[in-house]
Design a protein. Sequence first.
Length: 72
Amino acid sequence: MLPTHDVPCPRCGHALYSAVSLDDGINPGAVESPDVRADNDGYYMNCPSCGVRVGMERVSAEGSEAFRRAAR
C-alpha cells in the first residue's frame, strides 16, 4: 500500500482528504474520494470539519483525471 498524507484545509487546518502523491491529487472515481462539485465559480469541495468552500482544479496526465486544491 502506498503511503498517504493529509491535505489540510486552508481555513481550519484539519484534513480535507488524503493523497498518495506529492501533487496532492485525488481520483474522483475512487470510493474513498471526497465529493468534488462544480458551480459557476469552478470546482470545489467543502471541508468536512469547518464547511468552508475550498477551490479545486482539474488536472490530467497520461489519460487519467484527478483534482487537487487550487492555488488561488
